[in-house]
Design a protein around this ligand. Structure first.
Ligand SMILES: [Zn+2]
Length: 386
């Protein structure tokens, strides 16, 4: 296997900004558009590594920096030879810098303060305060050993006015400069595998700032570009608007990643048509656990696709009495292991009786449906490429 990271633009869709890219990492290749199941605590909820392979997963978000510092702590991961070994996933992996979790802590009024050098926050696992700088975040991610690591950033609240968002953005840019400097000196994990560094565009909900941030991040020596902030993936109309503001600035030869997108099949279709290659979200497995199963059909919509469903938000609620004696699969067109083997009535029964098997079967289906939507998009882009 190659010890390098390369991104190739294979096809550009003729009618939208959707693209097919091929990314080579030291742990194998993946092809975008691609959804990444999330295992921030060193395990994707309800899915083993074998399940992830069966669900057609190409790359995961594994072992977030903040959570790993708290538990099991870095020495355990280093002793295991890195996160790939620790969580038994030998395919491509991305990890996050901890910036978003620190943002969540400060938003909740928990013990955390941020200054020019970095963030000070309390880690419950080792029961100690931590000083996180861009350099510390990267050094930690080099122990995690993911193929793609993220620059330490400050996630921007939607409520910040222009001046406040501009200050957060400028600091995130200075942190990116420090991250790039550190990464250029240490381009590999502590296990010797070449890592890719992605920078993160901030700027809140302000068009001028988003464009400034996109220009700055695009000018830096990173391997890919992420779009972050509170609104991304949470407010999809605003997410698409922000991508539209900046798409002309994004380099063609770098992967583009919207952080936290994937609550529904339609969300994926929308960001890909806007020109995005990669996305992650906890929603598919969380929805699964709560008995909300993606159910609908991908249909042609103009020159692109839409996810049409008889269910609100495209999710069947398996607890409903109407499924108690329904012998059909969740989704007729789905070829996932759950739909191939289990009926709605059995899943309804497992959910109602709080059977431990339920979440695994439901998560397999939800994650598979998102992967399948990505595969369908890739096929369409290849078929109608420019
Ligand atoms: Zn299925």
């Amino acid at each position: 296997m190659t010890n390098s990271f390369t991104t190739r633009l294979l096809y550009q869709h003729k009618h939208t900004r959707a693209r097919v890219i091929e990314v080579t990492t030291p742990h194998g290749k993946f092809v975008g558009p691609v959804f990444m199941p999330v295992g921030t605590r060193a395990g994707v909820n309800n899915l083993s590594s074998t399940d992830l392979q069966l669900s057609q997963t190409q790359i995961i978000l594994g072992g977030n920096t903040y959570h790993m510092l708290s538990a099991p702590q870095m020495q355990v991961i280093e002793n295991a030879g890195g996160m790939h070994n620790f969580m038994a996933w030998q395919g491509p992996m991305l990890t996050d810098s901890g910036g978003f979790q620190i943002f969540s802590l400060s938003k909740q009024g928990k013990m955390c303060n941020i200054d020019e050098d970095g963030a000070n926050f309390y880690l419950p696992g080792p029961n100690q305060w931590m000083h996180m700088t861009p350099e510390v975040s990267l050094a930690t991610q080099k122990i995690i050993g993911a193929d793609i690591i993220m620059a330490f950033d400050e996630c921007t609240l939607d409520s910040l006015d222009y001046d406040a968002a501009a200050l957060v953005m400028a600091r995130t840019h200075r942190w990116l400069e420090r991250s790039c400097a550190y990464h250029s000196l240490h381009p590999s994990s502590v296990y010797g595998a070449r890592q890719a560094l992605f920078g993160i565009i901030q700027g809140g909900v302000h068009q001028k700032l988003r464009r400034q941030s996109a220009e700055y991040v695009a000018s830096m020596a990173t391997d890919g570009i992420a779009i972050g902030g509170e609104t991304i993936g949470f407010d999809m109309l605003a997410t698409i608007k922000i991508i539209d503001w900046i798409h002309d600035i994004l380099p063609q030869d770098k992967a583009r990643y919207t952080m936290g997108v994937g609550a529904s099949v339609q969300d994926l279709l929308d960001v890909v048509a806007a020109g995005i290659d990669m996305f992650d979200c906890v929603a598919p497995t969380r929805n699964a656990r709560h008995g909300a199963l993606y159910c609908g059909e991908l249909k042609p919509a103009g020159n692109w696709l839409s996810f049409e469903s008889a269910h609100p938000n495209g999710r069947m609620l398996i607890k409903k009495a109407c499924y108690a004696d329904d012998p059909g699969p969740i989704m007729e067109s789905c070829t996932c292991p759950t739909c191939q083997n289990y009926s709605r009535s059995h899943l309804h029964y497992l959910f109602k009786t709080k059977h431990e098997l339920f979440s695994a079967l439901a998560s397999m289906h939800n994650v598979y449906v998102l992967h399948d939507a990505c595969a369908r998009m890739r096929d369409l882009i290849v078929k109608h490429h420019a």
